[in-house]
Ligand binder design. Structure first.
Ligand code: GLN
Length: 258
């Protein structure tokens, strides 16, 4: 009897180890699931619904990719920097958060093909006379940004590299907090991605987006550096979804043409 119990115990341990060891062929962090780390405060790419679920362009595209891979999508909501780290550390399978393909990031993670274009824009109070174009940023006393974003990186860079220096930039935890700081007069402008900027300006009267673009970027899905099997699978699924118009349908659902 004792021997049987020991055997049974060994079997249970072996089975649970197998379950912890990753998904099918070790492809994903959890068996049968595709974990997407994100920062669900970036409308219309990812946001929290009234009942605590998640929606947005990235969430839906990730759901379609998971479906093609025969996996169930799990959205893990966290800070923006944490969402990038999760994929680097193997805590999530993919990161999607309107993430710009950036050479610094490419050192630590791999990216799929791009699925959307992002534009960094400048948000100012409607009556702002001081800032009318990108050229005026130099004189801007304080620029609000979201921490860990390309907007923060460009603005806080040294003047020799086209930035304005760290002293001229405030990094907030979220884009929404940067916008609140602008409304409260704590910063003179906010540099942020165009689509969330549109949503924030719609929701907060008294703000406007300058016509001049600050930077044009590519959004892509991040995966752990060197996980070429997962990268290939996700890229293949994404490519099919772009080719058959599914990605465009999702974008059109959330971004209405003016
Ligand atoms: N596209 C920007 C970046 O990748 C901002 C993304 C975000 O704030 N979610 O840095």
């Amino acid at each position: 009897m004792k021997k049987f119990v020991t055997l049974l115990l060994a079997l249970v341990i072996a089975l649970s180890l197998a379950a912890c060891g990753g998904g099918k062929d070790g492809l994903t962090v959890e068996e049968g699931k595709l974990h997407m780390s994100t920062n669900a405060e970036f409308p219309p790419y990812e946001m929290v619904t009234n009942d605590g679920g998640f929606e947005g362009i990235d969430v839906e595209i990730a759901g379609l990719i998971a479906g093609k891979l025969g996996l169930e999508l799990v959205v893990d909501d966290m800070g923006f920097t944490a969402a990038l780290e999760a994929v680097q550390n193997g805590k999530s399978d993919i990161a999607m958060a309107g993430i710009t393909v950036d050479e610094d990031r490419l050192v630590n993670m791999d990216f799929t093909d791009t699925y959307a274009t992002g534009i960094q824009v400048i948000v100012v109070p409607e009556g702002s006379a001081a800032i009318d174009s990108v050229d005026d940023l130099e004189s801007a006393a304080l620029i609000g940004t979201q921490e860990g974003t390309t907007g923060y990186k460009y603005c806080s860079d040294t003047p020799e590299n086209g930035g304005y220096g760290e002293d001229h930039v405030v990094a907030y935890e979220t884009g929404a907090m940067a916008i609140q700081a602008l409304l409260a007069g704590k910063v003179d402008c906010v540099v942020i991605d165009n689509q969330p900027a549109q949503e924030y300006v719609k929701a907060n009267p008294g703000l406007k987006i300058l016509d001049t673009e600050f930077a044009v970027e590519d959004y892509a899905i991040a995966v752990k550096k060197g996980n070429s099997q997962l990268l290939d699978e996700v890229n293949k699924a994404l490519g099919e979804l772009i080719a058959d118009g599914s990605v465009q349908r999702v974008v059109d659902k959330y971004i209405k043409a003016d």
